[in-house]
Design a protein around this ligand. Structure first.
Ligand code: F6P
Length: 528
């Protein structure tokens, strides 16, 4: 069956009417009769059978509340869904973002052999422009208006135009250019940018205004603060025409209208969603930070995961298996949230990045054809690094009334750490996952650990551009698979629009119509 047939199928496809869904509902009724530990006793090969290794990335999902029968039913659910056809549609560029009438082509950004020549060539053009600019900044050839080399780069953007680059630059600090400081300004709160500007020299600073639409309020306001600051400090009346401002956008005309010269604008396209854009020229700051070769390696890592996703059988397909485990807990065991706990401080921004990826993609209440869902879509994603989280919220994870499936992420070898400390860090991660699963009986109920609490262990051999690329693509595809099975359009985000419109209304001095009494009262209190 081709994609077009499946599009029609999507109109009527409902995962709850599949045999697999019914079977999983039945299996969920008896799942707690056997603890996870007992499954290990029954099957001495469980660890290896429930693990997948892929070029430096190892994923162990044996500590889950699943049996072969449950996994078989979950895989059958995936088979009966439009997942495979939608996956092929993404990789070939067939439009699947129905509500916006767009293709979904972020994977083309990491595919040197993308078949559509026009798209491939415009990707290559922008990639070359980006690497040229980044190289010039890195070697000191991109000079400020008075001839000095650049030492500070400030990315001004929000959401996908901030979270990906910020998270990657932090994660790959080991590979960063030492004499260039990277800064990220996102919130419209005026404090961060003002505090930052006090530390910067306008003659050695560039601002990257990153916005797909080039209309996002926070970004435009912060960009204006930067423009005014450069103007005030240097006496230049049109700072945007100096080398101190670059724009990265899908709306090049708007950036030009705002006064940024065309040769200082890097372009991407409407077929790259904001939360999938770090692979595009939105990655300029990444490229400045870690250099062209490392950026390429990041893309190669993601590409390797793409190939795995495209070619591995469903039962051994990492994104598919992680997606199915999430669906098992979400739709059959009624969990409310999932946590991501990296045991690596440099991955500290990963949970926030994944929040946008997951919740903006699959936080939806209607199907891809606008029909209200009769089942739950994605749960809340949250997390922070271990061991810090252990001393904050792990109490709930061990003994709370709800259980929270966890992704533990560990890095086997870390050159930036010390051998002894790293061993302690990893020991904590292993111990927490083991304790959550095993539990412990006690004489007093307060001291009892119920156990049977599931987790996935994701191990990277090292934290490199390649392994990070693989990890991020793994999560992208996991989210995509869940959206396909839930029959959601994972690539729009209409839910953010109303709040934006009401912000304009609250800021409108002339017209307060349509605002509710509570909001009007609060506006008065705040001096609006
Ligand atoms: O409001 C949500 C959103 O549209 C995200 O999807 C996006 O990543 C972010 O805002 C920033 O948008 P832009 O890159 O257009 O400034």
């Amino acid at each position: 069956m081709g994609y077009t047939d499946k599009v029609d199928t999507r109109k009527t496809y409902d995962p709850t009417s599949t045999d697999a869904w019914r079977k999983l509902t039945d299996l969920s009724k008896t799942v707690y009769e056997k603890g996870i530990l007992e499954h290990f006793t029954d099957n001495p090969f469980r660890t290896s059978q429930y693990s997948i290794s892929l070029n430096g990335l190892h994923v162990d999902y044996s500590k889950h509340l699943v049996s072969d029968e449950i996994l078989d039913a979950l895989n059958s659910l995936a088979e009966k869904s439009p997942l495979a056809e939608l996956r092929d549609a993404i990789f070939s560029g067939t439009p699947i973002n129905e509500s916006e009438g767009r293709r979904v082509l972020h994977t083309a950004l990491r595919n040197p052999d993308f078949p559509d020549g026009a798209i491939a060539s415009s990707i290559a053009t922008q990639f070359n422009r980006m690497t040229t600019i980044a190289n010039r900044i890195r070697v000191g050839d991109w000079k400020g208006y008075d001839g000095k080399r650049i030492h500070s780069v400030v990315n001004i953007g929000i959401g996908g135009s901030d979270l990906g680059p910020k998270m990657v630059c932090e994660a790959l600090r080991e590979f960063a250019q030492p004499d260039i400081d990277m800064h990220f300004i996102s919130n419209v709160d005026g404090e961060p940018i003002r505090s930052l500007l006090k530390q910067l020299d306008p003659t050695t600073t560039i601002f990257v205004v990153a916005s797909k639409t080039f209309t996002t309020q926070e970004t435009m306001v912060n960009a204006q603060v930067a423009i005014d600051w450069v103007s005030e400090k240097t006496g230049i009346t049109e700072p945007l025409s100096t080398p101190h401002f670059l724009a990265v956008t899908a709306a090049t005309d708007t950036a030009i209208e705002r006064g940024i010269p065309a040769n200082q604008i890097l372009q991407f396209w409407d077929w790259v969603g904001g939360r999938y854009s770090l692979w595009s020229v939105i990655g300029l700051t990444i490229c400045i930070c870690i250099g062209q070769e490392n950026f390429r390696t990041l893309l190669h890592g993601a590409r390797e995961m793409d190939d795995h996703f495209l070619n591995a059988p469903l039962g051994k397909n990492l994104p598919v298996q992680l997606a199915l485990l999430g669906i098992w807990y979400n739709n059959f065991l009624d969990i409310q949230s999932t946590a991501v706990i990296p045991y690596c401080e440099r991955l500290g921004f990963l949970p926030t990045f994944l929040q946008q990826l997951d919740m903006e993609s699959n936080g939806k209440r209607v199907s891809s054809h606008g029909v209200p869902l009769t089942y739950d879509s994605t749960p809340v994603t949250w997390g922070q690094t271990g061991t810090n989280g252990q001393h904050a919220f792990f109490q709930l994870l061990h003994q709370g009334t709800r259980f929270v499936p966890i992704d533990f992420i560990g890095v086997a070898n870390d050159q930036l750490s010390d051998g002894k400390q790293h061993r302690i860090l990893l020991a904590n991660m292993l111990a927490q996952a083991a304790a959550l699963m095993s539990g412990e009986a006690a004489d007093s109920p307060e001291q009892e650990y119920p156990g049977n609490r599931p987790s996935t262990m994701i191990l990277l051999n090292k934290l490199t551009p390649h392994s990070l690329g693989m990890l991020l693509a793994l999560y992208e595809h996991k989210v995509f698979c869940q959206g396909a099975i839930w029959n959601i359009n994972s690539f729009d985000q209409w839910g953010v629009e109303l709040g934006k419109r009401l912000t304009s209304k609250v800021l409108d001095d002339q017209d307060r119509s349509g605002l509710d009494p509570s909001t009007l009262d609060l506006m008065d209190r705040l001096g609006f």
